[in-house]
Design a protein around this ligand. Structure first.
Ligand code: M5T
Ligand code: MG
Length: 596
């Protein structure tokens, strides 16, 4: 991805605000006219008021009564009046332009942020195992500002500076062509300097933003694992690690700024040398009488004014380079491949029944060259059946249900929902029909009601309470200070493990989906509560297809089908009794649990 591509993509965003940008540009150009006209009244004061030269014809012709302009004081007041007028209008224009630009640029940033977030929501879990949350945050909250800089530091300043320089060159060349050429000779010299600096500036800013991303990622990880850090007394270890990240970021920041500072100062030096040359030449011309004092004044005035646009042009180019590096960080994510893609012809599940079939499914988390986690898995579950997945830790149970929700796609084989390959079903429609309790329950930093109703926002309060009762959560919720309206702190840290699990179960109970997946839903609750939850489960799951993963085999005894997974393969299938009769893996596990 190169610089030009980043600009093309950014400009697509800007093009939405074409008319506004045009308005700002037009206002900016009118502002330039005032800027260029600023030294002119002083020329009149020097040449026509103080030195007594007559006004140029085009001006004196404007007055029918020449007695007015022959009075030097009148001429002085008129010149000063024009000066004040220019100052006032420059002020008003700058304010209006600034407000319009900031407003538009802020909306642009917002657009880019929204697209970034929408993309993040579409990316699959394999993306999140490769990218760190902190770095993504940095990209989304910091790097998206490139589009702001593009407008506020590049497009508009470059445009007005170029026109300003053009206007100045026109007036200067009309006074003295040679001097004008000398003054503008800085431009090609600056271009050559820029040629030398472009690559180092791009490289160093790339490193700067990359290290900044790693720094944020580390910070985010540390903040969310503070409990473990403190429990293991690893504060100083983490401190050292943070220091390392901070140093890397700090050094990259220094190097990048050193390079861009050198570039900026080189341009200042070059313009400085040009002005010295110009002052010498101009003064010599003044001495031998070929240049009036007023014209010399304009020249010198423009010379200082020249710095403004030249500097904003060089800054704009420097900013363009930094934007390339930062914008790449945004578009790298926006353009990243959606591994779990939605088929353009995907369909909605209209009348879901909940029949699930795995056909020769092979899957792994890495690429196909690595070892698969699931090997040739096949089974079929009829609507309304309860199927239990059992097997040792790491056997692949969670992986099977992750495939069913299409968090990942299988390498080989297919998964069918009511006879339709889930790859041909709209993602939203598929997930709407699957309710899930994850092995690690996730609780949002919202109220309990919002947490339970997350999958069914239209649910009535009575339904919410009923689901909570079924999940054996109602009693503890009622004892909380604000009951169902209690706000849960980040990551559910104000709840016990079992309480979190019960809220997650209530959430799944409330979601009216024909397929219910429970991945060790009660691993953190006591046996009595567990048996109550399972009693309620039979009520809430009536007519639903249920996938149940549990290490406590007593909870799955009544399943219609038990599938034993060993090292990613289905090794046996049957009911509790038939598997006990077979006396193989399941029977071994069951006997072990009931003897010990
Ligand atoms: C099966 C590996 C894991 C294990 C195997 C989630 C995940 C798992 N794995 C990865 O390489 N990357 C991942 O992102 O896959 O894992 P599982 O399906 O989670 O096993 P389980 O649910 O049967 O185990 P448990 O402990 O929950 O009972 O080799 O390393
Ligand atoms: Mg698991």
């Amino acid at each position: 991805m190169n610089q030009l591509y980043v600009f093309k993509r950014l400009l697509q965003y800007v093009s939405k605000y074409k008319s506004k940008l045009l308005l700002i540009a037009v206002l900016g150009l009118i502002g330039v006219v005032f800027e260029v006209a600023k030294p002119l009244p002083i020329k009149f004061v020097i040449d026509n008021v103080l030195s007594g030269h007559p006004l140029p014809h085009f001006l004196s012709n404007l007055f029918s009564d020449t007695s007015f302009i022959e009075n030097k004081k009148n001429l002085l007041y008129a010149s000063v009046g024009i000066m004040l007028f220019i100052a006032l209008f420059s002020f008003v224009f700058s304010l209006v332009i600034f407000n319009l630009t900031v407003g538009m640029a802020q909306r642009l940033v917002f657009d880019l942020m929204i697209d970034f977030f929408a993309k993040l929501q579409r990316l699959s879990l394999s993306f999140y195992s490769k990218n760190k949350v902190g770095d993504l945050l940095q990209r989304m909250s910091g790097d998206v500002f490139v589009v702001y800089f593009l407008v506020a530091q590049i497009i508009l300043p470059a445009l007005t500076s170029l026109v300003c320089l053009g206007g100045m060159f026109y007036i200067m060349s009309r006074i003295d062509l040679l001097l004008a050429v000398v003054a503008f000779s800085v431009v090609p010299v600056l271009a050559i300097v820029l040629g030398f600096f472009a690559k180092p500036m791009n490289d160093t800013t790339t490193v700067q933003y990359k290290t900044q991303g790693s720094f944020s990622a580390f910070l985010q990880q540390s903040l969310s694992s503070m409990k473990i850090i403190q429990a293991f007394g690893r504060e100083s270890f983490m401190h050292q690690k943070l220091k390392k990240h901070a140093e890397e970021f700090g050094n990259a920041f220094i190097v990048a700024n050193r390079v861009s500072m050198t570039y900026n100062q080189m341009s200042v030096l070059i313009t400085g040398i040009a002005s010295a040359t110009l002052v010498t030449l101009g003064a010599l011309r003044g001495l031998n009488g070929t240049l009036s004092v007023g014209d010399l004044f304009i020249f010198l005035g423009y010379l200082t004014a020249l710095f403004g646009p030249v500097n904003s042009l060089t800054t704009a180019i420097g900013a363009a380079i930094a934007i390339g590096a930062r914008g790449k960080r945004v578009f790298d994510i926006l353009d990243s491949e959606e591994v779990v893609k939605e088929n353009p012809h995907a369909i909605d599940i209209k009348y879901p029944k909940g029949e699930i079939e795995f056909r020769n499914v092979t899957f792994g988390y890495g690429n196909a060259l690595q070892l698969p986690v699931l090997k040739n898995i096949s089974f079929k579950v009829l609507p309304g059946q309860v199927v239990a997945l059992v097997g040792a830790t790491g056997a692949g149970k969670t992986s099977i249900i992750s495939l069913l929700s299409r968090f990942y796609d299988p390498w080989k084989g297919s998964i069918l929902f009511d006879g339709v390959d889930i790859a041909d079903i709209k993602l939203h429609s598929l997930r709407e029909n699957v309710s899930l309790v994850l092995q690690e329950p996730f609780i949002f930093p919202m109220t309990i009601v919002e947490n339970i109703a997350f999958g069914n926002p239209e649910a009535s309060f009575e339904d919410i309470v009923e689901a909570a009762k079924g999940a054996q959560a109602h009693d503890f919720i009622s004892k909380l200070p604000n009951g169902y309206e209690t706000l849960i702190s980040e990551q559910g840290s104000s709840l016990s493990g079992g309480e979190k699990q019960r809220i997650a179960i209530a959430r799944a109970f409330l979601k009216k989906a024909p397929v219910l997946i429970l991945d060790e839903p009660t691993s953190a609750v006591d046996s009595l509560t567990e048996s109550k939850i399972f009693e309620a489960l039979s009520h809430f799951s009536k007519g639903k297809t249920v996938f149940l993963i549990s290490h406590r085999l007593s909870t799955i005894k009544h399943a219609d089908q038990i599938i034993t997974i060993k090292e990613g393969q289905v090794v046996e299938r049957g009911t509790h009794q038939s598997l006990l009769d077979e006396n193989k893996v399941y029977a071994g596990l069951y006997k072990y649990q009931h003897i010990t």
